[in-house]
Design a protein around this ligand. Structure first.
Ligand SMILES: *Cc1c(COP(=O)(O)O)cnc(C)c1O
Length: 464
């Protein structure tokens, strides 16, 4: 008797069930044409109620668990010494391994404090590819960001398993050129958002640590998606297959001196962040500065309930079932697009699928904002909201004011954690395919309003 091959492998499903639903609205194509024109062809300027599936960002868009919501009711809203602060501190110490914790309202609050404490006018801050707010705070403090990510990170089709790795040669050359004293710290991002959510390996991190120790340069981690990075290490790096996410995360952080953190990503909350430090003196200073910019050092701009939800979220984030389903969903969407021959950044990243806008629209020059145009087309087709990560996000050179031309011109389909189902991923994939089929007719955009800082948030465009 012949057995029928019903499926190649068994399916898996989300490790949660739905308890509360939030209705979303479907709109007509005419509605969307109007809405995106009113928004100046910038998806950041759309109203959320005009969006069907919102893949703008995974930042603060997480669905909290029933445990986290229960934690919200345990908020201790004392001005000083809130019980929830100590719970947060305990969670960061337990899972990330740092000694001191300063809560901040979100990641950039921590970046601000770290940059102000360590960077002096004329310093250089090397990092594995820039992130918008991180670089901006480094520059405001008088520093110059230097990209030392491996060259493979700039090639969308390159299948390197750790495209977030640091180019050790480039780091050595920078140290030789400007001197270790001009480098206040190395900024290590895991995963690398702008490269497509690409991880950095444990071996590379260890090697960076050795080199940095040799020159007396500290390392600060952008720990925003370090849990996702730990999952890739577990899946791809020899010797880590049998280790838990929690163990990998802790080892990873042990090669760094502290971290800035946006809790709005890995830590499964809607608002919150922290600065973690091992050095006692630096902690004293950070604790002092946070009072000026965020709030007292036991709340840092957060309500007690927010800190409680984040403490619980940290513990949930390192659970194997959670992280496998989270990254598995991104993989599911990316696989579909790859199977249909649609150009995306490879390998598929941890938090998002990145469409290669240069490959979509080879007839448009980068000055015609191909990724911005592609994000607008996708919204018009289906109400799926994505984000530009190309020339608009890259902005202008700090010194000359000249337009930066990044190698990568991408549209990011960012998947919020625990929010959408596989069916939403199917709808999204089909819309991308539809837009891809109509690619030859696509036109570029012209920028008609350019804000001075972080222009991608508020810039306005018109159809060329
Ligand atoms: C979001 C993000 C930040 C900034 O955090 P916010 O909470 O948005 O202020 C920093 N680094 C990376 C890699 C991020 O994705």
């Amino acid at each position: 008797m012949k057995t029928h091959p019903r499926f190649e492998r068994r399916s898996w499903a989300e490790p949660w069930k739905v308890k509360i639903v939030e209705p979303i609205k479907m709109t007509s194509r005419a509605d969307r044409e109007r809405a995106i024109a009113e928004a100046g062809y910038n998806t950041f300027l759309l109203r959320s109620e005009d969006v069907y599936i919102d893949l703008l960002t995974d930042s603060g868009t997480n669905a909290m668990s029933d445990r986290q919501w229960a934690g919200m009711m345990l908020g201790d809203e004392a001005y000083a010494g809130s019980r929830n602060f100590y719970n947060l501190e305990r969670a960061v110490r337990e899972y990330y391994g740092y000694r001191h914790v300063v809560p901040t309202h979100q990641g950039r609050g921590a970046e601000h404090i770290l940059s102000q404490m360590l960077i002096r006018q004329g310093d250089y801050v090397p990092g594995n590819m820039y992130f918008t707010t991180t670089r901006h705070h480094q520059e405001l403090a008088g520093g110059t960001f230097v990209d030392i990510v491996i060259p493979e990170a700039h090639e969308p089709a390159n299948e390197h398993p750790f495209k977030g790795n640091i180019d050790l040669g480039a780091l050595e050359r920078l140290i030789a050129q400007v001197g270790a004293r001009k480098i206040p710290y190395i900024c290590l991002a895991a995963t690398v958002n702008m490269a497509g959510g690409q991880p950095i390996s444990m071996a590379n991190t260890r090697a960076v640590r050795e080199l940095a120790l040799h020159h007396g340069i500290p390392i600060f981690l952008d720990g925003t998606r370090a849990v996702e990075n730990a999952y890739f290490i577990q899946q791809r790096e020899e010797g880590y297959g049998g280790k838990s996410i929690a163990a990998i995360l802790k080892e990873f952080c042990s090669y760094t001196d502290g971290c800035t953190m946006s809790g709005k990503k890995d830590a499964l909350v809607n608002i919150g962040g922290w600065l973690a430090l091992n050095d006692d003196k630096l902690f004293e200073e950070a604790r002092n500065l946070v009072v000026v910019y965020e709030g007292l050092h036991t709340y840092g701009g957060l309500a007690g309930r927010d800190m409680e939800a984040m403490a619980i979220g940290i513990a949930e984030s390192v659970q194997q079932d959670h992280i496998r389903a989270r990254i598995g969903q991104v993989e599911y969407l990316g696989r579909k697009l790859i199977d249909w021959g649609i150009p995306i950044v490879r390998p598929i990243g941890g938090h998002a699928v990145y469409l290669d806008a240069k490959a979509f629209y080879p007839h448009l020059t980068q000055d015609q904002f191909p990724a911005q145009a592609l994000a607008a087309e996708l919204y018009i087709d289906s109400g799926v909201r994505a984000m530009e990560r190309g020339i608009v996000s890259a902005g202008r050179d700090k010194a000359t004011g000249a337009q930066r031309y990044p190698k990568l011109e991408l549209v990011r389909l960012t998947i919020p954690r625990r929010v959408y189902t596989q069916a939403h991923m199917d709808v999204t994939a089909e819309s991308v395919a539809e837009v891809y089929d109509g690619r030859e007719a696509a036109r570029g955009l012209t920028m008609v309003y350019e804000p001075r800082y972080l222009r991608f948030f508020q810039a306005r465009f018109e159809r060329a």
